[in-house]
Ligand binder design. Structure first.
Ligand SMILES: [Fe+2]
Ligand SMILES: [Fe+2]
Length: 136
């Protein structure tokens, strides 16, 4: 059991993915923080745009890693979830560009937090476990 954990931690691909996941929550936290900076609401849009670019790159890396070991159908299904998250991000950006207020920043940040907790802690966790099992 301990050995398995060690192998996983040493696995460069999975390690990078985990670091990306931490960065995703950092973006959301940064976004939440701008809601209390009235002179700086514009910054929320900048953060969200950077977050979208980062997440897009992350999905490409994650899907590439998954495709090396898992059946096409499983990866395609997961890729659809990434498309859904990208839609949420785009909708959030649209909301802030239309009406940039503390309340909207908070709403968007909260929605994204829930969505990404669900994606990362549930779907990514499950598929990473499948990947680990497939690599054994
Ligand atoms: Fe991910
Ligand atoms: Fe994912």
């Amino acid at each position: 059991m301990k050995q398995v954990k060690l192998d996983v931690e040493n696995d460069a691909g999975i390690k990078y993915i985990n670091e990306d996941h931490k960065a995703i929550f950092n973006y959301i936290e940064k976004l939440q923080n701008t809601a209390v900076m009235p002179q700086n609401y514009e910054y929320a849009i900048v953060i969200l745009e950077q977050f979208i670019t980062f997440f897009l790159e992350h999905t490409i890396k994650e899907e590439q890693l998954l495709r090396q070991y898992l059946p096409k159908e499983i990866v395609d299904e997961h890729a659809l979830l990434h498309q859904r998250e990208l839609q949420y991000l785009d909708e959030g950006l649209k909301t802030l560009k239309t009406n940039l207020s503390s309340r909207n920043i908070q709403i968007v940040a909260l929605q994204l937090e829930q969505e990404f907790k669900n994606h990362i802690y549930r779907y990514d966790k499950n598929i990473m476990q499948k990947l680990i099992d497939a690599k054994k």
